[in-house]
Design a protein. Structure first.
Ligand SMILES: CC(C)(COP(=O)(O)OP(=O)(O)OC[C@H]1O[C@@H](n2cnc3c(N)ncnc32)[C@H](O)[C@@H]1OP(=O)(O)O)[C@@H](O)C(=O)NCCC(=O)NCCS
Length: 246
């Protein structure tokens, strides 16, 4: 796979986001924020969206308030402020790919202007997030369950969460999120398996991210997934994982 050009990755504390910058969000984002009844959840959402705008702005040079949020949900087919993170930039058309994940007081952000990239996904979880009875049968493939059996009991919770963030990163890069069953996607190796449609033939990569390298506390697990068509000159496939025609 061609190395990604200009992939920008960062972890930020949500409590460090300046909520005084809420005015840089656009109408769709403010409308989505208003749907949260809990002020704490509203602030968490708002802080993440501010952080993502600042992150993209640092990459592209556009002012954070000049981006137009254009999120698309392939499940319901709406541009109602949720789904795949997409922003239109004043400085260029197309090709911005972005992903975000919040966990506790932290937010993991990724953005790239690589023209060959069709999808990007990041996920961040507390290390015990997938430590519950039934997780393996609910979320894992047979291969992953086999790997889990080889893991010493004391490390199983961490291993399950590692697989979970890898799966969520892939499902975000795919654009489906959990609308696609996580148990259908195998992330036991560096190339996810179990995908269908055009993304199945694409060049995929999923990898663990080091919490320490991102400045995250040690208890977190994080992963990034990316995919690009084998022939980057080919037009983007319609639908999942691509910027749909406007
Ligand atoms: C995407 C998803 C896996 C993330 O879950 P999570 O671990 O609770 O939350 P995270 O903090 O890690 O990620 C949230 C971010 O994922 C991104 N995201 C949401 N849906 C996405 C999708 N379909 N593809 C790619 N990224 C998506 C957004 O950036 C979102 O941030 P926002 O809250 O600012 O909009 C989960 O929310 C999901 O599966 N959503 C889609 C379910 C669906 O299709 N619902 C139907 C709606 S009509």
């Amino acid at each position: 796979m061609t190395p990604l050009q200009g992939l920008s990755l960062a972890a930020v504390r949500l409590s460090d986001a300046d909520l005084g910058l809420t005015h840089i969000l656009d109408e769709a984002e403010l409308a989505r924020a208003a749907t949260f009844r809990s002020p704490a959840l509203r602030d968490t959402f708002t802080a993440g969206r501010i952080a993502l705008r600042l992150h993209i702005s640092a990459l592209t040079g556009d002012s954070p308030g000049s981006l137009t949020a254009d999120y698309f949900c392939p499940t319901c087919g709406n541009r109602a402020g949720h789904g795949i993170p997409q922003y239109r930039l004043p400085s260029r058309t197309g090709h911005l790919r972005a992903s975000l994940s919040r966990s506790a007081n932290w937010c993991l952000l990724a953005a790239s202007l690589d023209e060959g990239l069709a999808g990007i996904g990041v996920d961040l979880e507390d290390g015990s997030a997938a430590d519950f009875d039934g997780f393996p049968s609910l979320a894992l493939t047979a291969t992953e369950r086999g790997q889990l059996q080889e893991v010493p009991p004391a490390l199983k919770a961490k291993f399950q969460t590692r697989l979970w963030v890898r799966k969520e990163a892939v499902l975000k890069a795919l654009g489906t999120g959990l609308a696609k069953a996580p148990s259908a996607v195998d992330v036991s190796g560096p190339i996810p398996a179990g995908l269908s449609g055009p993304p199945a033939a694409a060049l995929w990569k999923v990898e663990d991210l080091s919490p320490a390298a991102l400045g995250l506390p040690g208890g977190f697990a994080a992963a990034i997934a990316t995919w690009q068509p084998r022939d980057v000159r080919a037009s983007w496939p319609d639908g999942i994982g691509s910027l749909p025609p406007r």
